[in-house]
Write a protein that binds this ligand. Sequence first.
Ligand code: CAA
Length: 298
Amino acid sequence: MEIKKVGIIGTGTMGLGVAQVIATAGIDVVAVKATPGSLDRARNTLVTGLAKLVERGKMDEGTKNSIVDRVTFSASEQDVAPCDLVIESVIEDITTKKALFQRLEQIVAKECILATNTSTLSVTEMMAVCTERVRVAGLHFFNPVPVMRLIEVIHAFETSSKTVTALMEFSRKVGKDPVLVQDTTGFIVNRLLTPYMLEAVRLLEHGTGTIDAIDHALMTGASMPMGPFSLADYIGLDVVLAMSNNIYQDVRQQYCSAPHTLIRLVQLGYLGRKTNKGFYDYSKKPAIPNPQLRHPVA
Ligand code: CAA
């Protein structure tokens, strides 16, 4: 089955990144804004990101324009009707996603694949509200989408092998390296990365090391591209907390529970890079560890 047109529901960081990658591979995209707001703003975010690549000599102007031309922005879910694949990338809320899948089934053709980009929610639970369950699967991208090579293709309970094969082929076509994963909470990457970030927060709380010492140690001692606190800020602390809660809900083990400091930061609205403050304070250039979290032993 050839995927020639892709619908993306949700134009946040992930949705736009996915749109960019797919359009770069020469495939038409319909990007639907899931919440009220300006379509121009979503389009401008895509254009600005690509313009930066042009500025740095990574892409020519013609390629940038052809990528932008391949993405049609829309405020209506109905516009994904002609798509062969629809990927949802809306808020991490199971009720919202289930309702969306039910609406999508009324819009698209019977053969259209319905995929979720969820980080830690159950694909099978989304599948359960659908009539044509065999075409439902997970297609999990990583941030920054244009850079990270992995896609986790999630095989949920009743996903057909035809759907899985089509998604594995599609992932390769858009330049990614897919792995096939069964539908378990957090799949592979988030199931391992989430407890890793949570444990780093516990080390901070225990006074084992400072934020920069722990980040520095993991970068230089374990070749991580970012330390756990930079990574958590990069992903968004609200997202990390939601991942922690979802995994804990399933696993019920202390190592998956959210540490106090993470919960407090989210309650205060310090969500990492997107709010300019999290474990680091990004209002300072270069960013400094958030002084509110300085541990006495530091
Ligand atoms: N769009 C396009 N290109 C980008 C980009 C973006 N948003 N961000 C970085 N790049 C490109 C740069 O152009 C650069 O390309 P070249 O090598 O061709 O010059 C390259 O990526 C490296 O970027 P930088 O030199 O600016 O920065 P860096 O070397 O510090 O790398 C990073 C930045 C790629 C983000 C790196 O730090 C990294 O890999 N961090 C870990 C990210 C990670 O673990 N992501 C997974 C998070 S978990 C997740 O996403 C799942 C979930 O469900 C929440």
